[in-house]
Write a protein that binds this ligand. Sequence first.
Ligand SMILES: [Cu+2]
Length: 265
Amino acid sequence: MSTSTVVTRAERQTSQSALSKVVIAALLGNVLVNAVLQALVLHTLIVPLTIILALTVVVAGVVATRWRWAPLLAVLWCVLAIIPGMAPYSYNLMHPAEIGTFIATVLGLALYLIAIVAGLTATFAGDRPVAEGRAPGWLYGFLVGVAAFSVGASLVSLIPPSNSNAAAVSPEALAQLPALVATQTKFDRTELRAKVGETVALRLDNRDAQRHYFDVDELNVHVPMPARTAAVALFRPTRPGTYTFYCQVPGHREAGMVDTLIVEP
Ligand SMILES: [Cu+2]
């Protein structure tokens, strides 16, 4: 009599850990993806993201304790962790040409999704699969689906962009243009000057390992500056005034990539 009770409890523990293992793996996988992103792609430490990653490791540790509500805690944590990343995530997903950040974002979100689904299953629907001593069969299908989607989306980002606007300009001509340099997430000039009616041709020299943009909203100028490349901005202001140029990549304007363009009459 008592033997069967013991077996059931042992089975329950084993199987709970099957779903918990998926949650833990997804959480730690997410930490790994973002650590690699910061170290190898961005070459910068994003402090808020790093704090989130550290707490994610802690949550994974709590799940490992097999506390009854730990999977639910993991689900809530994933949702909380995604919210502050909304702006950068949507920016990254809309810019597949930035391969590193795009792939990291797809993988990171896929892993959050896996943690959420596995966590919810462990919390609310865990009983039946628990008795069988393994994760429910559909979970494997779900994992394969998410993996296939991630790989597919990542492949999309590898399609080369149709053209870069600097490709049409010879290196000699490019070298002669006045330059605006972006380095360490800053522009090297706090002020640009232009004359009404005169075409401005700027060499946009990005020395960073990440993409930047040259944006002037009022003049409808939005020029991508691929990493470690020179691009060209061509525009003709028609009204005198003081304008703001900045970089639209999330966080960069706040980091100081915002300066003044003065158009003289
Ligand atoms: Cu930037």
